[in-house]
Design a binder for this molecule. Structure first.
Ligand SMILES: [Fe+2]
Length: 298
């Protein structure tokens, strides 16, 4: 019997009473899946799972993606993206060092954007007894519900362009500005033209119906949305920024403070997330991410 404890007002719950190293019955898995879709972000504490167990558990939700950043995959586990600030003996990054400084949902720029992501905390950075590297989540369904009726009408039927190329350029600029201010320098592998071409821009409705819960949510984000279809660039930018500011109002958010052994799942159709880069070596952060493929946004 699992226990689900809601944490945030609209999003975030802890699931206890589950040991993910043990086989889960279909009934227990169904309870977990229900809790997940009801709460949009759920986490399990004190799990001692192997990469193979993480893959096996998350695979029960659907097909796992292999990230376009090949160099950041865990050796032997192509479905696991390493998210870490660690470097190897040669000083090379062992994973993605800079995954998520802007609010986004994972792989929203794909034709079939991700259903959910799971992040397992192997090591979390701690300084002076304080855990760093929290992740913020926000509910796009609660944000949609709270919109004035006139705005709901305006957005109905409008599409936005999700672009990985746009994101890479925006992120590279932000990294440069960070470094110029004396902030941390991030190692980032340049993607080949072939890699970029494998993720062409896609158009998706701003108001999206969740494939499982059928709730409406706002499928737009500051990281990947490069334009609003049919609007001049400047006008589209203003509208995008207005919606994105609305989505991240504090009442829609849950902030997760990590513990080693956490496995946390978030719904990429109903939530956005953002990393906090308030740590640096020698504080070590090592996380493993798996990402489940979703369906075309409608
Ligand atoms: Fe992310």
């Amino acid at each position: 019997m699992i226990t689900v404890t809601r944490i945030g007002k609209h999003i975030g719950a802890e699931i206890s009473g589950v040991d993910l190293t043990q086989p889960l019955s279909d009934d227990t898995f169904a309870e977990i899946a229900k809790a997940f879709f009801d709460n949009e972000v759920v986490f399990f504490r004190n799990q001692k799972i192997t990469p193979a167990q993480q893959v096996a558990f998350t695979k029960r939700f659907g097909i796992l993606e292999q990230h376009v950043r090949k160099e950041s995959r865990l050796p032997g586990f192509p479905e696991i993206l390493v998210v870490s600030n660690l470097v190897d003996h040669y000083g090379n990054a062992i994973g993605a060092q800079d995954a998520g400084r802007f609010w986004h949902s994972d792989l929203s720029y794909k034709k079939e954007p991700s259903l959910l992501s799971a992040l397992y905390a192997v090591e979390v950075p701690v300084k002076d007894g304080k855990v760093l590297g929290d992740t913020n989540f926000t509910s796009t369904t609660a944000a949609y519900d709270a919109l004035p009726e006139a705005m709901k009408q305006r957005l109905q039927g409008l599409k936005n362009v999700h672009s990985y190329r746009y994101y890479r350029n925006k992120n590279a600029l932000a990294q440069k500005e960070d470094a110029a201010r004396g902030g941390r320098v991030v190692q980032e592998h340049a993607l080949t033209e072939e890699q970029l071409k494998s993720v062409p821009d896609v158009e998706a409705p701003i108001v999206r119906t969740h494939p499982v819960t059928k709730r409406k949510g706002l499928f737009i984000n500051e990281a990947h949305t490069s334009a609003i279809v049919g609007l001049p660039q400047a006008e589209g930018d203003v509208l995008r920024n207005e919606i994105c500011q609305h989505i991240i109002k504090p009442e829609f958010q849950y902030r997760h403070s990590w513990q080693a052994g956490d496995l946390l799942l978030w719904d990429n159709c109903a939530a956005l997330h953002k990393a906090n880069f308030d740590y640096d070596l020698p504080q070590r952060r090592l996380m493993y991410r798996t990402t489940v493929r979703g369906s075309v946004a409608v």
